[in-house]
Design a protein around this ligand. Structure first.
Ligand code: DX5
Length: 215
């Protein structure tokens, strides 16, 4: 199974966004992730649909919009129109998760759900048959550069045990040390922000280090 490396632009240089996205594409990134934060669901404020549009224009790679926002159902059309090929919402952020997932797919995007570190895997059970991807958050969302939560691989294993018809993505503290741990547990989509855009050897070397670590 191919392991996908997905740079997230949270740690990119916002003043050189197009260039940084193109650097990641040239270095073999598989997708780009835009970390959308509203200052309510998480204590940080980041990007909106216009930035997804800018990323869309900068690359031919799939663009994921990770909505770390309250009531994501209010923003689905805007992010679908901006060119997001996959929209993922936090299971904790909406009271209408089934309708939200169905709407994402009706809008023509792939549907993902993300679960925070303290959210039980069992909260995924009913929605799993309808999603393309589960993002097992390996940090508490809100900021780049946080420490990988050690129990994450075991949690990934428990999500993988629920089925194989969805991708497992991990997000937060993913680098050459932690990537093998989560891949061995069943993750195939690795979101990496600071270990790519903050890598001292540069973006290409950062992506290479992660890819080499999982063989
Ligand atoms: C949630 C954000 C981060 C980001 C990755 O806080 O979504 O997880 O994508 O950040 P790094 O790779 O720097 O931990």
């Amino acid at each position: 199974m191919r392991i996908e490396v997905v740079p997230s632009i949270l740690s990119a240089d916002a003043g050189r966004l197009t260039e940084q996205v193109r650097e990641a594409e040239a270095a073999g990134a598989d997708r780009i992730q835009v970390d959308v934060m509203d200052g309510h669901f998480v204590p940080n404020l980041t990007f909106g649909p216009r930035i997804v549009e800018a990323v869309r224009k900068a690359t031919s790679l799939p663009v994921e919009a990770h909505l770390m926002v309250e009531r994501p159902e209010l923003f689905l059309e805007a992010f679908a129109k901006s060119g997001a090929t996959l929209i993922e919402v936090q299971v904790e952020a909406t009271t209408s998760l089934y309708r939200t997932v169905q709407t994402i797919k009706e809008l023509g995007a792939r549907a993902g759900v993300a679960i925070n570190p303290a959210t039980p895997v069992d909260d995924l059970r009913e929605i799993l048959p309808y999603v393309d991807l589960v993002n097992v958050m390996t940090v508490e969302p809100g900021f780049g550069g946080q420490k990988f939560i050690p129990h994450s691989p075991e949690k990934v294993r428990r999500v993988r045990a629920l089925g194989n018809a969805f991708e497992i993505e991990v997000d937060g503290g993913i680098d050459a040390r932690t990537a093998p741990l989560v891949v061995e547990a069943g993750a195939t989509v690795l979101v990496a922000g600071s270990s790519v855009y903050g890598f001292k050897g540069g973006v290409a070397a950062g992506i290479m280090a992660i890819r080499d670590s999982v063989g």
